[in-house]
Design a protein around this ligand. Structure first.
Ligand SMILES: Cc1ncc(COP(=O)(O)O)c(C=O)c1O
Length: 356
């Protein structure tokens, strides 16, 4: 492991001291320089030098960023190198924050109000007040997304406890933070739905109900589920609760079409109530029986179809579960019909982007 050592200022040779003498010591920053003997030396940078380095740093993922908004700054920016969150925002070092992921399709934000309603619920559980009124927050999300100028893109809305210290007490943070980030997203090819997904059981336990029911910035279990799927060579894994009942996928809900053609959905106790799944269940009622129930892994193995619901994929079939084909091993008819109806409803209910 690389070891970084802070040296005394006196040890820093004039050649590596970049600190501006005009800067008060407390406001300057520390940079890292390599010494010939292999030890690291820290160099103090003044504000301008720091900003210069931020400008010059390679930035992974910069090509994805279209535009972002920071409520503290009160404006939008397209330079991903300045898409930064203060390190003492409790969202960063305590995971004390909530978020939503939205999609823009054919120039419409899908399920905008359902996502904002869930954001409001998540905030309520954490007793987190946004830094502006909810109406204004909605206007900002719409304005920033429209300013991105793309008919297809992805939107993240983040509300953090805000900057204020490195402790754990939310009272340290006088005002919450609010960010909107719009990134590139191309429409998925039809082959995505034609092929379907593969899945298996996750070793990561389902979240506790209170945490599962909100979209907090604590997504470690979800991140681990995504990594384990890659390790197992499947597209997604499903978590189960302590009683052995199906909970959800890493970032999507899961439903089953049983042998009788009914749509079975897990209770939303250990799963996020997905905007897509809730809409799909409503629409499915006119096509099939919809039953919320406990779903064991045996039910998954006996399913005619397994469906995944989420903002990105909308409704996609799982063709293989635990290495075994689900039904015919190809996307089935109920999922196809539901996907078509769902897509139409999502578009019809979408919020048009503002004209520039
Ligand atoms: C854990 C989890 N479950 C389910 C979903 C599906 O929710 P939605 O349909 O609102 O995208 C998500 C979405 O990101 C999620 O993160």
């Amino acid at each position: 492991m690389t070891e970084y050592r802070v040296t005394q200022t006196a040890e820093i040779t004039p050649a590596v001291v970049l600190k501006n003498a005009a800067d008060p010591p407390g406001e300057a920053c520390l940079g890292i320089r390599k010494k010939e003997n292999g030890m690291k030396k820290l160099t103090e940078l003044n504000t301008e030098e720091w900003i210069g380095r931020v400008r010059g740093l390679p930035r992974a993922g910069e090509e994805k960023v279209l535009i972002f908004y920071d409520h503290r700054i009160g404006g939008m920016c397209r330079d991903p190198r300045f898409m930064l969150i203060p390190l003492d925002d409790h969202m960063v070092h305590r995971g004390d924050g909530v978020f939503e992921s939205l999609h823009v399709t054919e120039g419409r934000i899908l399920e905008l109000d359902a996502h904002l309603e869930r954001l409001r619920h998540s905030c309520g559980v954490l007793e987190l007040e946004p830094p502006c009124a909810w109406d204004e927050l909605r206007d900002i999300v719409l304005a920033v997304t429209s300013a991105a100028g793309e008919k297809y893109c992805a939107v993240k809305v983040l509300l953090g406890r805000g900057p204020g210290g490195m402790g754990v007490d939310p009272a340290e943070c006088p005002e919450s933070s609010f960010f909107v980030i719009v990134t590139r997203s191309s429409p998925l090819p039809e082959s995505f739905w034609e092929r379907g997904l593969t899945a298996c059981r996750s070793a990561v336990p389902a979240k506790q109900p209170w945490l599962a029911g909100i979209k907090s910035t604590n997504y470690l279990p979800n991140a681990l589920m995504t990594s384990e799927a890659r390790k197992h060579g499947v597209d997604v894994t499903f978590s189960f609760d302590e009683k052995g009942f199906l909970a959800e996928a890493a970032i999507a809900n899961v439903g089953v079409i049983d042998a009788e053609g009914r749509l079975l959905m897990p209770r939303f106790t250990h799963a996020l109530p997905g905007t897509t799944a809730l809409l799909a269940m409503e629409l499915a009622k006119s096509m099939m029986d919809v039953i919320i129930t406990d779903i064991t892994e045996e039910i998954l193995y006996a399913a005619s179809e397994i469906l995944i619901f989420g903002t990105g994929p909308e409704c996609v079939a799982v063709t293989h579960y635990g290495g075994k084909p689900v039904g015919s091993g190809r996307p089935g008819p109920s999922g196809r019909r539901l996907r078509a109806v769902l897509h139409e409803a999502l578009l019809a209910g979408g919020t048009p982007l503002l004209e520039s």
